[in-house]
Design a protein around this ligand. Structure first.
Ligand code: A2P
Length: 331
């Protein structure tokens, strides 16, 4: 038996990847509905050899029967249309930041906190792309050695800003002015993702802090983050410094990470082997390398974590959440 699935933002970078991932993973679909703005209404899209027509998203879009709606059209669209879908008994899996910190909305990475998804009230949030790839290995460390503090420094690809980010990088290489970012991203780094908050952090940094605490169920965990946009098209990288409660053996850490489904340990510096954005493009796993002791702490560890931000950081994680609900009979 298949499901009736809607995709909101079906023409976007994440939306088109939803379709690719659903197809690759043989997700059981009986009916597929594709929504975008009025600009795209009428466009045709191929899925599993069939042609589908993009519809304009309206308040009536969820009047029909639908099991799941995967949203990736920005926070404002999610805020307006997710409650409508949810009232019509559609389970929304939302890729925006609109509901992530709501107490009533589970924030799910299937390898990390699958049980939390079972309490959903028709809206489940997909975490921020950088948070997803960070918490997969952090959960392994927390279960074994208990995490005491985390410091993140990110190197985030322009595809995290959607097609507009990619355009700014490509135009910038040709010497054109940026339209999406406040400064050129070509040949540059911007320590500025999303808006600045009163405390000096950006909203992206606040997302990583709050979402890490929520997903790991450690509401008081000290977390610090600096998020940087770099001129890379696909793949976010994060340098993660972790302080652990318990003493660890570095080989034990390596073994624990390499034995965890969803993680690929890529850590052989003597042969120049470590994860890089270009080596993870199109992959669904989280890649970890440069695993080493931080000698400035009693029980400190450094990790370099890389993943495809559009796949594991967005589309794949969303589809995995839907698969989890189906497995657990919680659609
Ligand atoms: P459209 O292509 O019609 O503008 P990205 O961030 O990769 O550019 O993708 C944004 C996605 O959100 C696109 O699919 C875009 O559709 C969709 N979107 C933007 N505004 C709206 C809207 N008002 N209603 C529905 N979908 C929207």
């Amino acid at each position: 038996m298949g499901y009736k699935v809607g995709i909101v933002g079906a023409t976007g970078l994440v939306g088109t990847t939803f379709l690719k991932v659903l197809e690759e993973r043989d997700f059981p679909i009986d009916e597929l509905y594709l929504f975008a703005s009025a600009r795209s209404a009428g466009k045709q899209v191929e899925f599993r050899g069939k042609t589908y027509t993009i519809e304009e998203l309206t308040e009536r879009s969820f009047d029909r029967e639908m099991d799941y709606a995967l949203f990736s059209a920005g926070g404002d669209i999610s805020k307006k249309y997710s409650p409508i879908a949810s009232r019509n008994n559609v389970v929304v899996i939302d890729n925006s930041s609109a509901f992530r910190m709501d107490e009533d909305v589970p924030l799910i990475v299937p390898e990390v906190n699958p049980d939390a998804a079972m309490k959903h009230k028709n809206i489940i949030a997909n975490p921020n792309c950088s948070t997803i790839q960070a918490v997969v290995p952090l959960k392994v460390l927390d279960d074994r050695w208990s995490i005491k503090r985390v410091v993140y420094s990110t190197y985030q690809a322009v595809s995290g800003s959607g097609l507009a980010g990619i355009r700014d990088l490509e135009d910038g290489i040709r010497g054109e002015e940026p339209k999406n970012y406040p400064h050129p991203i070509a040949y540059n780094c911007l320590p500025h993702i999303d808006v600045f908050m009163e405390n000096g952090n950006t909203k992206e940094e606040e997302k990583m802090i709050g979402e890490t605490r929520k997903i790991l169920e450690k509401p008081n965990l000290p977390v610090s983050a600096t998020c940087v946009r770099v001129p890379v098209k696909h793949g976010h990288s994060i340098s993660v410094n972790v302080e652990l409660e318990k003493e660890f053996e570095i080989e034990e850490v390596r073994r624990a990470l390499s034995e965890t489904p969803g993680i690929i340990l890529m850590d052989d510096p003597s042969n120049n082997i470590y994860p890089m954005p270009i080596s993870v493009e199109g992959k669904d796993e989280v890649f970890v390398g440069r695993v080493r002791r931080d000698e400035s702490l009693v029980s400190g560890l450094n990790l370099w974590i890389v993943a495809d931000n559009i796949r594991k950081g967005a589309a794949t994680n969303t589809v995995q959440i839907a698969e989890l609900l189906i497995r657990e009979g919680k659609n």
